[in-house]
Design a binder for this molecule. Structure first.
Ligand code: C5P
Ligand code: C5P
Ligand code: C5P
Length: 465
């Protein structure tokens, strides 16, 4: 069936339901997915309940109600269909909207999955949006949330942004008027919230010699360019507020700086998505900062706060989210520093570090991704973490990059296979995957993943030994 047919069928299944329970994931994609679906269904006058889980694993299934509602599994479920079956869910009470690699079981659950249609760059929020639009073609205001989910799950391509069906969703948002696309914009976090020199000084990907990690030097660099960095009241401007000409001046000076130090310039620019209907100088103003705000809420156990913000609530919920964002960012900084200080153990085909019980299992994957670009980026990165509330279980997160994918690496396959061998369960994507394994199998598990990766590298390149 085509994607369009799958989406139509999903809309019909929802239309026939008396009530719906949305079971979604706690990250930016899961929260925006839930917010799209909940709003679309409430507008149709349907009864909706939402449940957020950090992962669909046996313990989490107890949050799935045993009632007559349609269970809408969103941003999860495809890789855990056996769990749904074990929980006694039949195919006529389940609908899966997901973009994770599927692990089918005996029951044929109806689902819409980007991967079934060869689409690797559209996350669950994109699918949720397509379903919402099939229910009500005028719901294009929700495209903005779909863009946030896609950006949060890193679906954008470097330089050209969201592509394929996700790009068509961007167009809906532009037509609706709540998204402005800026191509060749500065690829730094904080363009809507940080003074320009702070934004540049905090940016280390790309690493800009003489500017990264040094906000004072960044300020001197900008002053030499002669651009106005303050507003008439003497307050610092943020990047988004700079006139177009000044932004171009700064970008070309940064490009020259990168070239002068023999570095690539390709990571300097990105397509960004601005939300003109949101308050200026807040993280709600662009897709990347908005997604990070939602991640902060979800990964620190407050996904409902994130969902309320997605519903347009900007008062108390927003203030709480801002605190969580500050906390999230500082813990992520500590996590990265911990990994770099502790150092990784390098095996032949992977590098790993154990963070013990220092950081919650919900964020170690972010640390794995950030550490990868600072360490040996050719070797897939693994972080193991103790689960504080379940000491007998270890959380595993892995991240790799396009380079390794091009050489045969598939982290989802590697972790599913190795976790099954260790009596645990894994899943995810080729580029980013995770698993839960019994604590006492850690050592053999790491070796097993290393062996599988060696096999994967070798199958793409017979010379790799
Ligand atoms: O649940 P799950 O889909 O959330 O997680 C997706 C993860 O994959 C995110 O942590 C995201 O950062 C990561 N990812 C990545 N590089 C990509 C695409 C996704 O690291 N190109
Ligand atoms: O879990 P995944 O790998 O998607 O993590 C991506 C998230 O990492 C971003 O949405 C953001 O919350 C966080 N991040 C950050 N600062 C960075 C890089 C990533 O907060 N410099
Ligand atoms: O937790 P982490 O951010 O490392 O997850 C990376 C990817 O692996 C996510 O897409 C997540 O949904 C998936 N995952 C999974 N099964 C697990 C742990 C993570 O499918 N047990």
């Amino acid at each position: 069936m085509s994607l369009e047919n799958d989406v139509r069928r999903a809309a019909d299944i929802i239309g026939e339901a008396d009530s719906v329970t949305i079971i979604s994931h706690i990250d930016a994609d899961g929260i925006s997915t839930e917010a799209i679906l909940a709003q679309a269904l409430v507008r149709e006058g349907m009864a909706v309940e939402s449940v957020f889980v950090r992962q669909l694993e046996p313990m989490a299934m107890r949050h799935v109600p045993k009632d007559g509602s349609l269970k809408l599994f969103a941003d999860l479920g495809a890789g855990q269909q056996n769990l749904l079956e074990e929980h006694g869910l039949s195919s006529d009470e389940v609908l899966i909207l997901d973009h994770h690699v599927g692990q089918p079981c005996g029951t044929a659950y109806p689902q819409v999955n980007s991967l079934d249609h060869g689409i690797t760059r559209m996350s669950a929020a994109g699918i949720a949006y397509l379903v919402a639009k099939a229910i009500d073609p005028t719901a294009i205001d929700l495209a903005k949330l779909a863009v946030i989910g896609n950006v949060g799950d890193m679906m954008a391509r470097e330089n050209c942004g969201l592509v394929g069906p996700a790009r068509e969703i961007v167009r809906d948002g532009v037509e609706c008027g709540n998204i402005v696309v800026q191509d060749h914009d500065l690829n730094c976090y904080g363009t809507s919230t940080r003074p320009v020199h702070v934004c540049l000084g905090y940016c280390d990907d790309p690493y800009i010699d003489g500017i990264s990690n040094n906000t004072n030097a960044a300020l001197r660099f900008l002053e030499r360019l002669g651009v106005e960095l303050k507003n008439p009241r003497g307050g610092w401007l943020v990047w988004e507020e700079l006139p177009f000409e000044d932004r171009r001046t700064i970008i070309s000076a940064l490009a020259q700086q990168l070239i002068a130090h023999g570095r690539e310039t390709d990571r300097l620019l990105a397509e960004t998505y601005i939300f003109p209907d949101e308050p200026e100088r807040t993280p709600l103003r662009n897709a990347s900062e908005y997604a990070t705000l939602l991640n902060a809420c979800g990964r620190w156990a407050k996904p409902r706060i994130g969902s309320r913000i997605c519903h347009g609530e900007h008062g108390e919920a927003y203030r709480e989210a801002e605190h969580m964002l500050a906390h999230h960012r500082s813990v992520i900084r500590d996590l990265l520093q911990y990994i770099l200080d502790a150092g990784v153990t390098e095996l032949s085909h992977l590098q790993y570090v154990h963070t013990g019980d220092r950081f919650p299992d919900t964020i170690v994957g972010i640390g794995a991704g950030m550490a990868l670009s600072k360490l040996n980026w050719k070797k897939p990165m693994m972080v193991l973490a103790a689960m504080v509330d379940e000491p007998e279980v270890t959380k595993v997160s892995m991240r790799t990059n396009e380079w390794a994918l091009g050489r045969g690496v598939d982290l989802q396959k590697a972790l599913v296979e190795a976790a099954a061998g260790a009596g645990g369960a894994g899943g995810g994507h080729r580029i980013a995957a995770g698993a839960f394994i019994p604590h006492d199998t850690e050592e053999e598990f790491v070796d097993s993943v290393n062996r599988i990766l060696k096999r994967q590298f070798a199958s793409a390149d017979p010379d790799d030994s």
